[in-house]
Design a binder for this molecule. Structure first.
Ligand SMILES: [Zn+2]
Length: 197
């Protein structure tokens, strides 16, 4: 992942962004904190700084949250405290693919916060999950402060495919590997958010 310096300078006037400090992390693989902060800043910009969810520092599996105990290998949006939680081992898993894979997970959970805030998740079906994948893809394409190169896109697509599941009748069904890959890829080529509706 590369920082987009030209556009970053434009967005620096907003107080919640301190991207200048991130110019030191121009090196290829970003630290997880930098990925999380930059995605937050970029997606908040896309949504006009409205309904920004809180993010909790990565937590170990077994930690308590307002939405129950964090299980291993998980990330979720908790509507009760409008926060995104991610477990340490999920971050480690994402980095088996690369830093862009973490950006995809953050984008997916941020999308759930927006689905909730604006009421466009009608149910808990895998359609909602695939829309979050698509929105995450769009975010990564559209954030003004990060450039995802070809290798990043491969990381994102590899993770999307690997976390698909075939539990079609489970409440936790997120879509099959090929459906998740397709959803995030559609998002990355969408010209605006409506491409995911
Ligand atoms: Zn989800």
């Amino acid at each position: 992942m590369k920082i987009n310096i030209v556009k970053t300078l434009v967005t620096l006037s907003t107080p919640i962004i301190s991207l200048l400090t991130m110019s030191r992390s121009i090196a290829q693989e970003w630290h997880p904190d930098a990925v999380i902060q930059s995605m937050y800043a970029g997606v908040a910009y896309i949504h006009g700084y409205k309904a920004i969810p809180r993010v909790y520092k990565p937590i170990p599996a077994g930690s308590r949250t307002r939405c129950g105990v964090m299980v291993a290998m998980n990330a979720f949006y908790c509507p009760l405290d409008h926060s995104i939680y991610i477990s340490n081992d999920m971050i480690a898993f994402a980095y088996r693919f690369g830093d862009a894979a973490l950006a995809y997970i953050i984008g997916h959970e941020y999308a759930h916060a927006m689905q909730n805030a604006y009421g466009f998740n009608r149910n808990n079906s895998h359609i909602t999950e695939l829309q979050a994948d698509c929105l995450s893809g769009f975010y990564m394409k559209a954030v003004p402060n990060i450039v995802f190169d070809q290798r990043d896109i491969q990381e994102i697509q590899a993770l999307a495919y690997s976390i698909g599941d075939h539990n079609r009748w489970s409440r936790n069904h997120h879509g099959t590997p090929s459906q998740r890959l397709k959803a995030v890829t559609i998002g990355m080529s969408a010209s605006n958010l409506l491409g995911c509706f």
